[in-house]
Design a protein around this ligand. Sequence first.
Ligand SMILES: [Zn+2]
Length: 493
Amino acid sequence: MHYDYQTVVVTYEDEGIGSEVEYTFEQLFMPARIPFSTVCISTQNDGPPISVPIVIHYGQEVPLFGQEHTIHIRDSTRFWRLYENQAPLPWICASRLGETPVVVPPDDGADLYVCRSGQLTSTNADIVASSFALLSRYEEIRPAHLDAFDRFPAEASAAKREGFLQRPVVNEYIDLLYSMLAPFVEIRPVDWEGAPFCLCLTHDIDEVKLFRNCRRVLSSIYRSFARRWNPTDPIGVAADCCGVLAGVRKDPHDDVEMLIGIEREYGISATYFFMAGETSKRYDGRYKISEQGQLLRAILDAGGEVGLHGSFDSYLRHEVLLGERRRLEDVLGAPVRGNRQHYLRWETPATWAAIEAAGFEYDSTLGYASTPGFRSGICYPYRPFDVTRRRQLDLWEIPLIAMDASLLGCQGCSPDEAANWMYCLVDAVRRHRGIAVLLWHSGVFYERENPGVLRAYRGLLERITALSPYSATLEDALMHWIGRLQPPIAGGA
Ligand SMILES: [Zn+2]
């Protein structure tokens, strides 16, 4: 067998987890484009050839192959046994390696270490199983309870419970792995054409009209009053409603053109997710996609992207998602590559499988509805893994980092607090040269319902653009990411 000099050889002992080991190292090596091969040493006892300069061994024992240097990552046999039986994880408490939480602790419960002596660097921090568990969302399989919208709640996650949801810990594992490899392998930093990170601003278009029926008008009047208990606000809403009905002013939720204008001002592009189907009378159907052709074209003309906002009950039904994608493409007159689920409804891994079967190239749903942060522990695009069928999906996940509704609604933040929180998360992404995916809904900027939100949003864009990000639509960011992977990462032995 021939290996390139630069190829890292990954050996592992448990032949039952070959596809999981290969998958995980592919995700870990992808950012620096490190070519690698995997060899199971239980079936190939002679190990890799001596000419290989660096071997990463993932297993219990330190092997002696005679290569220049070995990195030994001790595996958690307990985790992989549970996984092979599709058993739930008994999350006790993540161990810490320095500041970094390691979600799969060592079998013997020992303190975590990394040590280097001579030709061996070794650690008992199982960053491979930990990365796999976080990226595949293994803890979400057969959850004990769901929230009111049948979603796995942030509160049930190890990250929220143990206080590391605001840290992209898989990125920290990648940094640790690269620091061990750096003396032997060229580590190519993630490059965004000279920019320090990538900003992907996104908007879910749940509605385009506030004053579409009496119930909605009354609820808006109530909400405007409830915000500040100021009687002039509901009177203002009623006056705006009359103005809209008389045709002398624009509906305050018809704000996509305003958003395009703001993006042009700051020199950034955005992805707009539109709904193109109705699977719930209560939560969908607030506009007809067939009537939005002009708006969709305006988005494309401005350099934006249009994606599908999969309807409320589409998240387990690939045929529904496919129908919605085709309907949206008919109106748009161009292919639709990306999806985000309405209400962030999600079931792991079935929703990934449905989105893949509906022919999408990427999804950007994976964040929690109630709390912003790093649900998958990563701020890079990655390939999802279906843990029930034990296969990598032909799809990319570009994780959602923060949503307006989580902060302004669930967390009860003021507009300025929401903007500050988002800025802190963007800064965490910047430190890892990742992609900051932010979500601001259409309609949230109506001053009488949500005073101060538009000002805080502008202030946030001002602060983020001062960091000089590479601003792109999700589609363009993904193309850039895939483009920089060329030539493709080698995998398999
Ligand atoms: Zn939505």
